[in-house]
Design a protein around this ligand. Structure first.
Ligand code: SF4
Length: 352
């Protein structure tokens, strides 16, 4: 049976006060710092986010500064964090904050939640942490803690089950320090109620944990089998201009990897001609896995002067020491072709 919220809240907050990790966005919190950090932290580890957070805030100290910047610059500062749709949405949302709210981040769940890219999680995080509102949030860590605490042995992706997690989180967040309570739930999931080998002996809510009582904690949350991901094959052309610079193409729009650069690629080798290139010798093969699909890319040497065409809205030649924001598959393809990219890592992983 689900424990009384008061029995969970008090020990959880006391544990958080004693054990919480120091993070730059937790010190001197502000709505903007909280918002940026929460977007960066989605799907990304804390240690990876910290240097990006400092750089981003130094360049964009408020929404107005981000709103005024060109998207290319925003993506370049994001390069390496992956999931670029987050950067595009934050950029757009900052413009909305300037256009609709005079540059002030709205202190209201409905109004803030209407901004581009602000889903229920981000809304709950900013409202509770930055504005002290009793708004719930649910992420992977919270799902793990609550599924064990209340022994919820159902697929968390099912809408009815998801509603149950949100309802429980909403029940728990009511009271003093809602932002800390939400962070405590997430921190407990990160440090104690871990996927494997949870540290139940030191857990502040162990006395009220149904999964621990049943000995089923490592079976929860339920993990549904992953469906086979469809595979798309690409042929990418490696061509240079007369000065030896690399021809790169930029994926159009807000879709998968939109705004990022890579070697011009087509799904059928013969179609390279539609981008103005003639295919030559093979240079390497790579595979890139997204959440719901897999790309296999065959890189070939190519000749010609490429031009824009679907799925690209721009083509440009770049010196190798001055490359723009590259897609994750683009980085892998360039490396497979022997292009040195020493200072880049992991850009464009699994966009959401
Ligand atoms: Fe997680 Fe164990 Fe704590 Fe239950 S007792 S919430 S399983 S760490």
């Amino acid at each position: 049976m689900a424990a009384d919220p008061a029995r969970v809240r008090a020990p959880l907050l006391a544990w958080y006060d004693a054990h919480r990790r120091t993070m730059p966005w937790r010190e001197a919190p502000s709505p903007w710092r909280t918002w940026v950090s929460e977007i960066m932290l989605q799907q990304t580890r804390v240690e990876s986010v910290i240097p990006y957070f400092h750089r981003f805030l130094a360049r964009f100290p408020d929404p107005a500064a981000l709103a005024a910047a060109p998207l290319d610059e925003v993506l370049a500062l994001w390069a390496g964090l992956g999931y670029y749709s987050r950067a595009r949405s934050l950029h757009r949302a900052a413009q909305e904050v300037v256009e609709r709210h005079g540059g002030e981040i709205p202190n209201d769940p409905e109004t803030f939640g209407a901004l581009t890219g602000v889903g229920p999680y981000t809304r709950g995080a900013v409202m509770s942490i930055a504005f002290g509102r009793a708004e719930p949030l649910v992420d992977g860590n919270v799902i793990r803690v609550l599924s064990r605490l209340d022994h919820i042995a159902e697929d968390p992706r099912r809408p009815a089950v998801s509603r149950r997690f949100w309802a429980r989180a909403a029940e728990l967040v009511v009271g003093e320090r809602p932002g800390d309570l939400n962070q405590a739930l997430m921190e407990l999931g990160a440090l104690v109620c871990r996927s494997r080998s949870p540290l139940c002996l030191v857990c502040p809510v162990a006395a009220d944990c149904d999964a621990r009582a049943a000995g089923t904690q490592e079976d929860l949350p339920l993990k549904p089998k992953r469906a086979e991901r469809p595979v798309t094959t690409w042929t990418a052309g490696l061509a240079r201009d007369d000065a030896g610079r690399l021809w790169l193409a930029r994926r159009a729009g807000d879709g998968l990897l939109g705004g990022l650069w890579e070697l011009p690629a087509v799904e059928h080798p013969a179609d390279l001609a539609t981008l103005g290139l003639t295919a030559g010798e093979p240079r390497g093969d790579v595979e890139h896995g997204f959440t719901h699909r897999v790309w296999r890319i065959a890189v070939v040497a190519a000749t010609g002067t490429p031009h824009a065409g679907p799925p690209y809205d721009a083509v440009e030649a770049f010196a190798e020491d001055a490359l723009p924001a590259l897609s994750g598959p683009g980085i892998k393809a360039l490396r497979a072709a022997g292009v040195e990219l020493a200072h880049r890592r992991g850009a464009g992983r699994k966009p959401s």
